[in-house]
Design a protein around this ligand. Structure first.
Ligand code: ITT
Ligand code: NA
Length: 183
């Protein structure tokens, strides 16, 4: 089975390919789906997947992955604005803001939505950590400033990050669900 991962972000594809290698072929479909206005990551991702499924030709199943970094003491900022914040103030800017906080705990959250045109399902994953000064060269996005158990996500291999991360946890649920359906 081929699964088309609808995203402009190659880092996400690398992680999904690594994780799902034994189950499906993951191909990137570089398409910027419409992110509907909603507080629910699941709603945004599910509607995005359905739109992208049609845009991709309506044959192979697709997934989309809506993720964000949520800093507790900043009431979850940048959360749904994570992409915009990365493009504007950047990870250094987020570290500068976080430096002023007493409590730098944060979470990454991710919702993966799958659709094959008939069935749409969403899978959530989250991981706790804290914001630190940038370290490491692996991963992508906010990984250099997100520390989990003393190591930043940018200091981990893809395999290690997948074993712990928001995306890895969501992909694990997707993989279980796909495997069950194939039985
Ligand atoms: P698509 O929407 O095209 O998939 P995107 O990069 O815009 O790509 P998101 O909206 O889901 O994806 O991501 C929001 C931001 O969070 C963006 O700046 C990402 O780089 C960042 N991000 C997402 N997952 C991440 C991860 O695992 N590690 C670090 N940063 C991540
Ligand atoms: Na996005």
């Amino acid at each position: 089975m081929t699964l088309r991962f609808v995203t402009t972000n190659e880092g996400k594809v690398r992680e999904a390919r690594d994780y799902l290698a034994e189950l499906v072929d993951v191909e990137q479909f570089d398409y910027d789906y419409t992110e509907v206005q909603s507080d629910s990551l699941a709603d945004i991702a599910a509607r995005g997947a359905e739109e992208a499924f049609e845009a991709a030709g309506g044959e192979d199943p697709v997934i989309v992955d809506d993720a964000g970094l949520f800093v507790g003491e900043l009431d979850g900022f940048p959360g749904p604005y994570s992409s915009y914040v990365e493009d504007t103030i950047g990870i250094q800017g987020v570290w500068t803001l976080a430096q002023e906080l007493d409590d730098r705990r944060a979470a990454f959250r991710c919702t993966v939505a799958y659709t094959d045109g008939e069935t749409t399902e969403t899978f959530d994953g989250a991981v706790q950590g804290r914001i630190v000064a940038p370290r490491g060269t692996g991963g992508f996005g906010f990984d250099p400033i997100f520390e989990h158990d003393g190591t930043t996500f940018a200091e981990m291999s893809t395999e290690k990050k997948n074993a712990l991360s928001h995306r890895g946890r969501a992909l694990a649920k997707l993989a279980d669900w796909l495997a069950e359906r194939e039985e």
